[in-house]
Design a protein around this ligand. Structure first.
Ligand code: TXA
Ligand code: MG
Length: 353
């Protein structure tokens, strides 16, 4: 089944049927979801799951999300379905929310990295849904990037990273959300956000704690503030990083510090890119000579910022930039929490505040 190079095909009924067939037979198929492109594999086929880890260069200690068509379809994979899962599914599925729940013996250890929990998600993207319905199997799918590269938001990103090692890439155009799903651990008490995403703490709070008031010691989903430690195994690794070192500028004088450092690096002969908000541009226009300026969007439109973020990081790498300086211009609230989380990971500790 494996070709020298993945075939890139447009999403239609015929290619979805082909993708479903390849998945059922143990192959690797990349497909769009509303968040990022996933690299799919038959979740119950251990050998196929091992090939997937090898293709991504992903450590076996980092568990995968299993995608299904509905909560009912996940039932055989679960030891029990937590009450919160039913309420959350009714409100947010299909959509960019992943729930960590107690797993059944049916789920291979390869998928969960040996944990007794499994992460489940019901995507809303029509191509992902059609693939799940046609294949009629649970599909384990991490983001379809090489380990530690930014997640792919376009089919071309998948080809750049994985063309040599997978079977098929189904092109459904750019993804709309642009950053990975919210991961909520329902095995923690109270439920804990392991990875912030488009289903924000405020949205979750409506459902998860609607039956009782949390005490301040519990601070259930409030834990997801940008500084909270994240407990998901895969989140211990450096993630989402472009090749060029990225420095994140946060806080009150961030923009001035960024402009100063950008000028100094450009004067020293480095290829510098600054990533700023639309509003920043007005303030900086004259200061940034000999510096590549990327306007990521408006601080008032975090959804547009999230949608463009990874593509911008990949573009700057492709352009051979030496140094990326990013202004944290989106307030860390709502979707801004997830944007800040991804930028901090991309910065891997290089944060000026
Ligand atoms: O939006 C998304 O979630 C995308 C699309 C393709 O669905 N997928 C994605 O998968 O981002 P991946 O593998 O790149 O990230 C999965 C995250 C990792 O941080 C992993 O550690 C966590 O989910 N995870 C998976 N299973 C888990 C478990 N049983 N317990 C805790 N965390 C888990
Ligand atoms: Mg990933």
């Amino acid at each position: 089944m494996h070709h020298d190079r993945a075939q890139l095909v447009p999403a239609n009924a015929e290619t979805i049927a082909r993708g479903a067939d390849i998945l059922r037979r143990g192959g690797l198929v990349a497909f769009p979801t509303e968040t990022v492109y996933g690299l799919g594999v038959h979740a119950l086929d251990r050998e196929a799951v091992r090939r997937l880890f090898a293709a991504k260069g992903r450590p076996a200690t980092d568990p995968l999300i299993v995608h299904v068509a509905s909560l009912d379809a996940a039932a055989p994979l679960l030891r029990r379905i937590p009450d919160e899962a039913r309420r959350l599914a009714a409100r947010f599925w299909p959509g960019p929310l992943t729930l960590v729940m107690p797993r059944s013996a049916l789920v291979p250890d390869e998928v969960t990295a040996g944990l007794d929990t499994v992460a489940i998600r019901v995507p809303v993207h029509p191509v992902a849904r059609a693939l799940l319905e046609t294949a009629a199997i649970p599909i384990a799918a991490p983001s379809a990037n090489l380990f530690s590269r930014p997640s792919p938001t376009q089919a071309s990103h998948v080809m750049d990273d994985l063309a040599a090692s997978i079977d098929l890439v189904i092109d459904g155009g750019p993804t709309t959300v642009g950053i990975e799903s919210t991961v909520l651990d329902l095995c923690a008490s109270p439920p804990a956000i392991l990875r912030p995403g488009a289903v924000t703490p405020d949205l979750l709070r409506d459902v998860v704690v609607s039956t009782r008031k949390p005490t301040s010691a519990e601070a259930p989903v409030g834990k997801a503030d940008a500084d909270a430690p994240l407990r998901s195994p895969g989140l211990l690794e450096r993630h989402y990083s472009p090749r060029a070192p990225l420095t994140l500028y946060e806080g009150r004088d961030a923009l001035e510090a960024l402009a100063r450092d950008a000028r100094a690096a450009a004067d020293a002969g480095q290829q510098v890119a600054v990533v700023i908000g639309d509003e920043d541009w007005m303030r900086l226009a004259e200061e940034l000579v000999a510096v590549r300026v990327v306007q990521l969007g408006s601080s008032e439109d975090p959804a547009a910022v999230a949608a463009r973020l990874y593509a911008v990081l990949r573009e700057l790498d492709a352009a051979g930039i030496d140094l990326i300086l990013v202004h944290a211009f989106v307030p860390a609230e709502g979707l801004g929490v997830a944007i800040r989380d991804r930028l901090r990971r991309a910065a891997a500790g290089r944060i000026v505040s």
